[in-house]
Design a protein around this ligand. Structure first.
Ligand code: AMP
Ligand code: MG
Length: 490
């Protein structure tokens, strides 16, 4: 067990050579106040000395020193919409410190929206209230769904004006992640020909996150395989959950395969595979159904950046594993969502017809999946009612239920519908962070009312459970809130 001694901190990133970062202090904001505090995460991380106090607020905005913080802006680069940009880095976020949780796992405490850094380029170094709430709630929603993600410990609003499409106000997000190392960190050292730093970074990633790989025959190749694997798992989870990230630039890809840098993301309402949530993504590069292909593209970019360290054929071999791994993970997740744990010859056909039905009819995706999981309680009609073409839905449903009847448990016994459905409810959420819910929470928060944020955070931490008092959060979106396109400005 790691001790709770505040001195028991690791400052490992700040001990890297200066090419990795610049030390920067946060810049003050006017009249900051706490919008949310994630007490359960603080407890889980063993951070009793962290609480949403005035002291912490002053320390976060640089008005007072915090004994644990030695803030720094990381240098990285990355491919944005397919083009390499060497000038990226933490332009508005700072790594405050690294801490150990009660299991000894080290995590980063990062402050997003902290002010200007040497990597701010034309930006103002700020994040607005709207985007901060979006990241806070979505990272907690993803955690509730069991999808690898950065986390949110708290957030602050302020009265400092910040200019986007209109005037908004500055905010701060206290982000927690096992790593803030991105694909773009490696790309930076590769493209700037700093090969000693490139291999040092790879050594540190192995030492910090995957020490068991240091004894592999080819540790760097093993590290890359691990990134490919983790990314495949993350993307499979996104696709199964109907999550659309929106800006899968390589600077937004975590080396650990955790969902990272929430911007114009969305969860699917209607099942539209071509859905583009990012208002600025004119070509649909990051459309929902493009995410697997883009993840592979990003991994290829990372592989290229690692080419001084790993033989080409090993890079190719690791990349070649991406699609089979993705298929395997996606299939596992979709099978669990459908309650089909046995593998039967006819299953491929059942899946093909399922996606044909979904793509053609575009029912509400979360409702449809939860409807299948509730068939024992609510019956088939509740699912069929989601479709205009009811005969098509009925035909598929009959086929699906006939397949369910063939399901056998480990003892070879038929699986009763209520047992199947009980398990399905544990992987098909009733509550999903739909964009309309977020928009309502943001509108209220901008008036100083944070009740919706608290309610959403609480419910989305357990999205598979019933929350009778919060039933309205499970409603279908109103017409204005369906398939929203979200501004990239944040
Ligand atoms: P993002 O699109 O949020 O992933 O950011 C891409 C790059 O732009 C990163 O280097 C960010 O740090 C930087 N950036 C984004 N917004 C701002 C801002 N308002 N001020 C300074 N830098 C920013
Ligand atoms: Mg980013």
């Amino acid at each position: 067990m790691a001790s709770q001694n505040p001195l028991d901190i690791s400052t490992r990133f700040s001990q890297l050579p200066s090419a990795f970062f610049t030390a920067v202090k946060p810049q003050p904001l006017v009249n900051t106040r706490w919008m949310a505090w994630n007490a359960s995460l603080a407890t889980q991380l063993g951070l009793p000395h962290f609480a949403p106090t005035d002291d912490l607020k002053h320390q976060l905005v640089g008005e007072a020193e915090h004994p644990l913080f030695s803030p720094l802006a990381m240098k990285y680069a990355g491919h944005q919409f397919g083009s390499y940009n060497p000038d990226l880095g933490d332009g508005r976020g700072l790594l405050l410190c690294e801490l150990s949780d009660s299991t000894g796992t080290v995590f980063d405490l990062h402050l997003k929206g902290a002010g200007l850094t040497p990597y701010s380029r034309m930006g103002d170094g700020r994040a607005v209230i709207r985007s901060t709430i979006r990241e806070y709630l979505c990272s907690e929603a993803m955690a509730g769904l069991g999808i690898a993600t950065t986390r949110a410990l708290g957030m602050l609003a302020s009265d400092t004006p910040v200019y986007r499409e209109k005037q908004e106000f500055g905010a701060l997000l206290l982000r927690v992640a096992e790593s803030h190392i991105r694909f773009g960190h490696f790309e930076h050292f590769f493209y700037s020909d700093q090969l000693a730093e490139l291999s040092l970074l790879a050594d540190k990633v192995i030492e910090w996150y995957w020490p068991e790989l240091s004894s592999a025959e080819q540790p760097y190749a093993a590290m890359f395989q691990q990134v490919v694997n983790n990314t495949a798992l993350m993307i499979a989870q996104w696709q199964a959950a109907g999550f659309c990230h929106g800006v899968m630039n390589t600077d937004n890809m975590s080396i650990l395969g955790q969902t990272f840098d929430y911007g114009p993301f969305a969860f699917l309402d209607d099942y539209d595979p071509n859905y583009i949530c990012n208002h600025s993504d004119y070509q649909g590069r990051y459309a929902f159904n493009q995410q697997p292909r883009i993840a592979l593209w990003n991994l290829s970019a990372l592989g290229h950046a690692l080419s001084p360290l790993i033989e080409n054929k090993q890079i190719e071999a690791a990349l070649g594993q991406f699609e089979p791994l993705l298929q395997q993970y996606y299939s596992q997740h979709m099978r669990a969502k459908l309650g089909l744990h046995n593998t039967l010859a006819e299953d491929g056909e059942l899946f093909v017809t399922l996606f044909e039905l979904l793509e053609q009819a575009k029912p509400d995706y979360p409702r449809f999946m939860r409807g299948l999981a509730n068939i024992d309680k609510d019956g088939e009609q509740a699912v069929i009612d989601l479709f205009i073409d009811r005969p098509a839905a009925t035909a598929w449903l009959n086929r699906y239920l006939a397949r369910c009847a063939l399901e056998r448990d480990e003892e070879g016994m038929a699986v009763p519908a209520d047992e199947r459905c009980r398990k399905m409810r544990m992987v098909n959420p009733k509550y999903v962070l739909r964009n309309y819910l977020l928009q309502n929470a943001i509108d209220k928060a901008e008036q100083g009312d944070y009740a919706d944020i608290e309610q959403l955070a609480r419910v989305l931490a357990a999205p598979f459970d019933e929350h009778p008092e919060d039933e309205m959060l499970a409603q279908l979106p109103p017409a204005w809130g369906k398939g929203m396109e979200i501004s990239c400005s944040s």
